[in-house]
Design a protein around this ligand. Structure first.
Ligand code: S3P
Length: 175
């Protein structure tokens, strides 16, 4: 049975790599944010606006407990998922967890391209964004580093590199 959960900061490529990995392994792919959006019929920014971050984290935890029980899946979670409640220990108890790690400069560059979807970084100037990413990655590292495996995706910006990450993950997990 395959159950792989990808964690890592916003902009690390969890969704892109997760989709490619699931397709290669012939299993179902779930993105936790999409799952939340589908179950609650609200976008992540709408949930933040209506319930605040605390409300979002509560829903996120509950939805994690749904998807993490599925079999033969690759799940990509939100950048903050591992850092709240006992989520990281819970994921480790059920799945092969993989931390997709990248340099803050690279994450900030990816995030500048995908505006409008992430309430935590909305409205930041490029400088503010880079500072926020550097500080938050550092604060979250304690949680991320609990993953069973770490894959460095700093150079992940082409389809060749996505395939390379998938190959590394398959080799690590022998799947
Ligand atoms: C968040 C990351 C987002 C989303 C929400 C909060 C975070 O997911 O869950 O905006 O706290 O890092 P992605 O990492 O998929 O962007």
């Amino acid at each position: 049975m395959i159950r792989i959960i990808l964690i890592g900061f916003m902009g690390a490529g969890k969704t892109t790599v997760g989709k490619a990995l699931a397709a290669e392994l012939g299993v179902t792919f779930y993105d936790l944010d999409w799952y939340i959006t589908m179950r609650y019929r609200r976008s992540v920014p709408e949930i933040f606006a209506e319930r605040g971050e605390e409300g979002f984290r509560d829903l996120e935890r509950r939805m994690l407990h749904e998807v993490a029980e599925f079999e033969n899946v690759v799940v990509s979670c939100g950048g903050g998922t591992p850092c709240f409640y006992d989520n990281m220990d819970y994921m480790n108890s059920l799945a092969d967890t993989i931390y997709l790690k990248a340099e803050p400069e690279v994450l900030a560059m990816h995030l500048r391209m995908g505006k409008g979807k992430r309430p935590l970084i909305e409205g930041k100037t490029p400088e503010e964004l880079e500072d926020y990413v550097r500080e938050t990655v550092q604060a979250r590292e304690t949680y991320y580093s609990k993953a069973k495996h770490t894959v460095d995706v700093t150079l992940l910006d082409t389809s060749v590199k996505i395939q390379e990450s998938v190959r590394i993950i398959r080799k690590l997990l022998k799947v």
